[in-house]
Design a protein around this ligand. Structure first.
Ligand SMILES: [Fe+2]
Length: 223
């Protein structure tokens, strides 16, 4: 399935993908997580080499699920995207509290990390003040899933947020080939159609910067 997903992404014009397996602090620790991720990546790389096809390059990262006190976690920087200081953080699904925002600020200020808030569209029913605070917080990046533009239910809001400059990154968040498949191309097409190309140029510039920092030369797997 991974090979088919990579081929599909490449077909959609994706040259480089970040693999962001979930990190849950109550299930593992960064060291073990990185070991397991490395094994999975090696297995995938072997399959890629054994199966001819047009694949994108990739970099390893993670999607770190929030936990109380993450701001003071010592080894959290090892979970960043490639060799960058960008950390993809998945906010709590239950009620947000001011402590969550304090932790995010601590990651930025004390750990010098560039926090990317994952799939913001899932949190728009959280406490409005906290969401607004997070969206206007300097030095915090916001990511939205392509799906939020493709789904009729969420499209208007997603476009509004993107148009007003609140969204910094787009992601496919693809998990499989059916209900969560690679979908950046159709989302980009829709965005261009509704908002014009300039907004995508801004998003792509952010992505270029992320890739540049994350690749640090040797970690891009060019296939
Ligand atoms: Fe997620």
């Amino acid at each position: 399935m991974s090979l088919a997903m990579l081929k599909e992404a490449k077909k959609q014009g994706i040259d480089l993908m970040f693999f962001t397996p979930h990190f849950y602090a109550d299930e593992t620790d960064p060291k073990r997580f990185i070991e397991r991720r490395g094994l999975a990546a090696s297995a995938l790389q072997e399959s890629i080499e054994a199966n001819e096809g047009d694949y994108p390059s990739y970099l390893l990262g993670s999607e770190v699920h929030y936990y109380r006190g993450i701001g003071r976690s010592e080894d959290i920087a090892s979970l960043c995207m490639g060799s960058s200081r960008y950390l993809l953080l998945e906010p709590p699904f239950r009620s947000w509290t001011p402590a969550f925002l304090d932790d995010v600020r601590e990651l930025r200020d004390e750990q010098d990390l560039k926090v990317i808030i994952a799939h913001i569209e899932r949190y728009l029913d959280q406490d409005k003040h906290l969401v607004a605070e997070l969206l206007s917080e300097p030095g915090i990046y916001i990511q939205a899933n392509a799906e939020s533009f493709l789904e009729r239910r969420t499209r208007r809001q997603a476009l509004k947020m993107l148009e007003s400059g609140k969204i910094d990154f787009l992601g496919s968040d693809c998990h499989n080939l059916d209900d969560r498949c690679p979908n950046l191309a159709p989302a980009r097409e829709l965005i261009e159609d509704k908002l014009g190309g300039a907004v995508l140029t801004r998003i792509d510039e952010n992505s270029r910067q992320l890739v540049q920092e994350a690749s640090g030369g040797k970690e891009v797997h060019v296939l």
